[in-house]
Design a protein around this ligand. Structure first.
Ligand SMILES: [Zn+2]
Length: 226
């Protein structure tokens, strides 16, 4: 196996210098301004997949979106890393929108669906397997190729619910802070984001939004006529 060498990083550092110079030329004072403070309106919770970079996809500059990524965009109530990031975003940065963004073709979702063993991550992906089990009557009757896409969407919906039910969001809403949680899914094949219509912006509508979203996934295929 080839050893990693510093040469492999050289291009990245060259790119960086060119990018910094071009950015500063386009917008003089850009970095000095950003160094003072960040005031992003958005928080992105997405998959660690290298094909789903938050800023590029949404056309946002540095300083405009606060990002947390992990394998298969999961938000678990005991994950101090995710919760701390969400707390900082909500309480200190006062973001207005939190987007949980899944993507079709997610290897984590596929592994959970097919129960593929990938190692330590199996324990993490168990959270997605739980989503599948909870909604198996809406998933198992579908053709195999659709099951994966639908589980990607359902995973996003579940994680939006988890963010909304976290103490961070519940406390923010109790204080009267205006912050909304959204669920999106990204298409690797076309580069497009789809809004799953599960926006939660106050504690009273969380359950209703969740239920309405699930109804879009019928429990079984419609019966053939005749
Ligand atoms: Zn993924």
């Amino acid at each position: 196996m080839n050893q990693p060498t510093p040469d492999e990083l050289h291009e990245l550092l060259v790119n960086n210098r060119a990018w910094a110079a071009a950015t500063e030329a386009r917008e003089p004072g850009f970095f000095t301004r950003l160094a003072q403070q960040q005031t992003p309106k958005y928080m992105w919770i997405g998959c660690a997949d290298s094909r789903v970079p938050a800023n590029e996809i949404t056309g946002l500059d540095p300083g405009e979106v606060f990002v947390h990524r992990n394998v298969a965009n999961v938000v678990v109530h005991s994950d101090l890393n995710a919760l701390s990031t969400i707390q900082f975003a909500v309480e200190h940065l006062k973001v207005k929108h939190i987007m949980v963004v899944g993507h079709y073709g997610c290897a984590g979702v596929r592994a959970a669906l097919l129960r593929q063993r990938v190692g330590l991550a199996d324990n993490w992906l168990g959270h997605i397997h739980d989503v599948r089990l909870r909604h198996r009557r809406r998933i198992d009757h579908l053709p195999a190729d659709q099951q994966e896409d639908i589980l990607c969407e359902m995973n996003v919906i579940e994680q939006v619910g988890n963010v909304a039910l976290s103490t961070v969001l519940q406390d923010a809403w109790a204080r009267g802070q205006k912050v909304a949680v959204h669920g999106w899914v990204y298409g690797l094949r076309d580069g497009l984001l789809k809004d799953l219509g599960v926006t939660m912006d106050n504690p009273d509508t969380v359950v209703a939004v969740f239920r309405a979203a699930l109804k879009r996934y019928p429990r079984s295929a419609p019966r053939a006529e005749g």
